[in-house]
Design a protein around this ligand. Sequence first.
Ligand SMILES: *[C@@H]1O[C@H](CO)[C@@H](O)[C@H](O)[C@H]1NC(C)=O
Ligand SMILES: *[C@@H]1O[C@H](CO)[C@@H](O)[C@H](O)[C@H]1NC(C)=O
Ligand SMILES: *[C@@H]1O[C@H](CO)[C@@H](O)[C@H](O)[C@H]1NC(C)=O
Length: 489
Amino acid sequence: MHLLCLAAMLVVLFNNFSVLQRGPSYMRFVVNSTEFPSQDYHGCAIVGSSTTGYTFTQSLPQSYRVLLLELGGVPYGGKPKLMTRGGLLSTLTEVDEYDSPAQAFLSEDGVHTGGILGGSRAINAGFYSLADPDFCLKSDVDWDLALDNQSYEWVEKEIVFRPELRNWQSAVRDGLLEAGVDPFHGFTLDHRVETKIVGSTFDGAGRRHSSADLLNNANAANIKVAVYANVERVLVASTAQLAGPRQTTIGVVYWDRNGKYHHAMVRPNGEVLLSAGAIGSPQLLLLSGIGPRPYLSSWGIPVAYHLPYVGQYLYDNPRNGISIVPPMPPEQSLIQVVGITKVGAYLEAASNVVPFSTPPRSVFIRTPSPPLYITVATLMEKISGPMVRFSYFSDPVNVEKCVNGTRKIGEILRTRSMRYFMFREWFGSSRFRFVGPPLPDDQIGLLSDGKVLQAHCHHYMASPRWLCCGVIGSPRVVDGSTFAISPAN
Ligand SMILES: *[C@@H]1O[C@H](CO)[C@@H](O)[C@H](O)[C@H]1NC(C)=O
Ligand SMILES: *[C@@H]1O[C@H](CO)[C@@H](O)[C@H](O)[C@H]1NC(C)=O
Ligand SMILES: *[C@@H]1O[C@H](CO)[C@@H](O)[C@H](O)[C@H]1NC(C)=O
């Protein structure tokens, strides 16, 4: 028995060692796009290596030769911050035009998309929870729910972990319960209203896992992954003389990091799949001439197929919250506990080390020389997605949901579980030290004043998770852009 355990441990150690030495096993079929010929043929070309893009490679016949095209590089090697829980903020804030895993999308709202193998799943906070069954009903997708359940099981086995709560996350759990977001469901991946512990794609050692890990199971004989491949458009050919659809996709055009163009063509009966994400997929459709005719014409893009709703109906989950500096630094944590309230808000918490450049007057610092880091504990609320016109909260219902969530944050801050995170002042009083805007009136005295809270809600902009374009056409689009609504968590 002991020998067996030791052998198992040695195998684990050896595997970890070999991963460090050679990289993950998927590196065998990951190739820099500069090394691809200027034209080649495949059974199927998939644009985008997000969860859906990858999962699709698993469902294709073994005989299909699949090309998976990814804009960014691999989450391995020169990106140690990306791979750790503590590196999340740097990953999201250190954005450059060319090589960062987080890619800025041109908007006033600070939207980031993932430019890395594994897609946005490889740069996010790693929260894993199944959708509300109501979402499945309203998403406009004809789900096979039994198959859907099976599909999640193997993904969960590979990359979802049960988080261990430490001080901040435990306090938030207790605070949620004290503030009436009860009962507590314990750890569950299922959607449950009220408080629960969710799954995390960070393992016990704080290492990130993403859909890129799933590639380790792929059959190296029939898949190639081209990284640093910037897909510019889908090639649509007219087949007017044939019966059936008038247009068919025959390949994609992409350029590599040397600026050289490549044509990845699909064989007859092959197909092009877009899973470039909620922003990427509709953008590629539009660049390929598939979209609303007047819009395409206004940009001088020849119309391949008039599809009126491409790029419309974007939804988002606005986020709003407070951050405090506790007297004792809490653990670093990303979302582990969630409170799903009946008043339309999802409450979550995180605690991160952040660089601290402008100390508020109340903190006495003897030597103000950099670098200075503090651990900030954050309590936030999200609401299920209002439609994005990049002017959030123009709809009063959304403002009301946000106000409801902010009010709940106030209630949690007033619970006993939160006292540990307050500073003791002279004369025995205690207060929170907020980083950024505090809740209205600091001690939340004005909770009943909806107007003050509304101002708070308007202050923040969001970072979207799912945006919808509401189109399914040719080429097939397989990602969140096809959902008619956006799940809130
Ligand atoms: C890919 O190839 C280009 C051009 O040779 C090079 O600049 C780039 O560093 C390569 N990237 C990787 C990750 O090998
Ligand atoms: C899928 O799983 C959920 C929860 O695990 C369960 O409630 C539901 O009945 C399952 N659906 C089907 C069709 O198997
Ligand atoms: C906000 O909360 C109140 C109860 O406190 C509830 O009646 C109302 O429906 C909530 N608003 C929304 C938009 O969910």
